[in-house]
Design a protein around this ligand. Structure first.
Ligand code: GLY
Ligand code: MN
Ligand code: MN
Length: 456
């Protein structure tokens, strides 16, 4: 297993986000803030998993978006005064003792040299510097909940009733959550972000393909998970973007199944929803296929129906369409197909209205994708469904689930029992139509059947 084997498929390693792009992002955000204001973004604290062990650390995506800084104990402070802004980063100080145990830190000096900031200070100095600087602003843009010390400082600076406030009106009087402004920016991906997302999707696609190739009757769901996540890491992704869902048989009918502890049997469909995180950017791919390598007649009928609905939805991912049109298209194909198969006994129009379709397709067709797997961006600004623009990335993931363990599906024809199919791809909206970022991952029945078990 050499990396070179995959090099052609995976493409060139993309450039990380350049310092100048972080600067542009900051400027775009700051230009929307009121003058005489401060922007504060904090990283979350590290969380203890057990005793001396922490959960793998992942910082706040907004902070990552504006600075690229990945380490814990970080605060971004930007002060805008007379329409000039200064960006300050508070970071973990270099500490040779700690670094010997826990790993290298860029420290204050590293931050000053290589990052899109004007000045850096050790995290320990946040209280002193922040309380001093807040005296000179009237608005604080700040998301609470990441750093209690900073939350309290901001709260106190707004509520303080000292002499300086009474005499010269010193200090902020208002806190505004900046997250919606940042979300709007994050919703439209730059070329550099798209390259990272395409790479993350390629890594994930290869991992899915390897799972298909190495599958055999009797393999455990956890072993398939190990193949997938092993390939994420082998191909350069530091982590998954969300816990992998690997569900076989009736587990495929549980949308966010996570136990991954069952043996995979002949005749069962496995549903794998797994995506890597590469340089902070998520891929989100689902494939569903038979363990035996051969779809049964009923499995094939359901699979092809979901695939048709997915293709219909992808076609709607064009500039100028409302995002909801993809869901409407997918739902219509599914409802008509289920009527045709005799699973739904009313008309397709009625099934779309009366909840019949929702019995088998109970989730949305997609969500924004980016630094977060369920990425930010208001779906209905001013109450109206968002219209697609170039640079948006959305997942398209219709599915049908026939869990015969469900008390609301007791009259289900046994031939559909236990089938769970979801097909999920990551779609970039472009001026030239939808680009399927995850197109490397096969989904046609004949391609799947020829891959499954091939490496055994
Ligand atoms: N992987 C979770 C989702 O598709 O929403
Ligand atoms: Mn998804
Ligand atoms: Mn998914």
């Amino acid at each position: 297993m050499a990396f070179q084997t995959y090099a052609n498929q995976i493409g060139e390693t993309p450039e990380p986000i350049h310092v100048s792009e972080y600067r542009q992002r900051q400027e775009k955000l700051y230009s929307q803030l009121d003058d005489n204001s401060a922007l504060i973004l904090c990283s979350p604290k590290e969380k203890i998993r057990s005793n001396d062990v922490h959960f793998p650390y992942r910082t706040n995506s907004d902070l990552l978006y504006l600075t690229g800084w990945k380490d814990p104990d970080c605060v971004l402070l930007a002060i805008k005064k007379d329409n000039v802004w200064t960006t300050t980063l508070f970071v973990q100080e270099s500490n040779i003792e700690l670094e010997i145990w826990e790993g290298r830190r860029p420290g204050v000096e590293g931050a000053k040299k290589n990052w899109a900031i004007d000045e850096a200070y050790p995290s320990e100095s946040i209280s002193k510097i922040l309380s001093e600087r807040l005296k000179s602003v009237s608005i604080v843009y700040h998301c609470v909940g990441f750093n209690i010390k900073v939350d309290n400082l901001v709260e106190n600076s707004i509520n303080s009733r000292n002499r300086a406030r009474q005499q010269i009106g010193e200090g902020p009087t208002q806190r505004i959550d900046p997250s919606l402004l940042i979300s709007e920016m994050r919703l439209i991906k730059s070329d550099a972000e798209i390259n990272l997302m395409r790479y993350s999707a390629n890594i994930s696609s290869i991992a899915h393909i390897e799972a298909m190739k190495n599958c055999f009757t009797g393999i455990g769901e956890w072993q398939i998970q190990a193949i997938i996540e092993g390939y994420f890491k082998f191909l350069g992704a530091k982590n998954w973007a969300y816990p992998s869902i690997v569900g076989c048989g009736e587990n495929a009918t549980i949308l966010h199944y996570h136990e991954n502890n069952k043996i995979c049997n002949d005749g069962e469909i496995i549903l794998i929803d797994a995506g890597s995180e590469y340089e902070g950017y998520a891929a989100d791919i689902t494939r569903s296929w038979p363990i035996s390598g051969k779809f049964s007649d009923s499995q094939m009928k359901i699979y092809n129906l979901v695939l048709r609905s997915q293709r219909a939805a992808i076609q709607k991912c064009v500039v100028g369409n409302q995002y909801i049109e993809a869901h409407i298209a997918a739902s219509k194909v599914l409802a008509e197909g289920l009527v045709e198969l005799g699973i739904i006994h009313c008309s397709a129009e009625e099934a779309l209205e009366n909840g019949e379709l929702k019995k088998y397709f109970m989730h949305g067709t997609g969500h924004w994708l980016g630094l977060d797997v369920h990425d930010v961006g208001i779906y209905k600004p001013n109450g109206e469904p968002r219209v697609f623009e170039p640079g948006m990335v959305i997942t398209i993931e219709p599915g049908l689930y026939f869990g015969d363990w469900r008390s609301d599906l007791t009259d289900l024809d046994p031939k559909w029992a236990g089938i769970g199919i979801r097909i999920e791809d990551d779609i970039l909206i472009t001026e030239n139509g939808p680009e399927v970022l995850s197109s490397l991952c096969p989904k046609d029945i004949h391609e799947l059947e020829s891959l499954i078990g091939q490496s055994n």
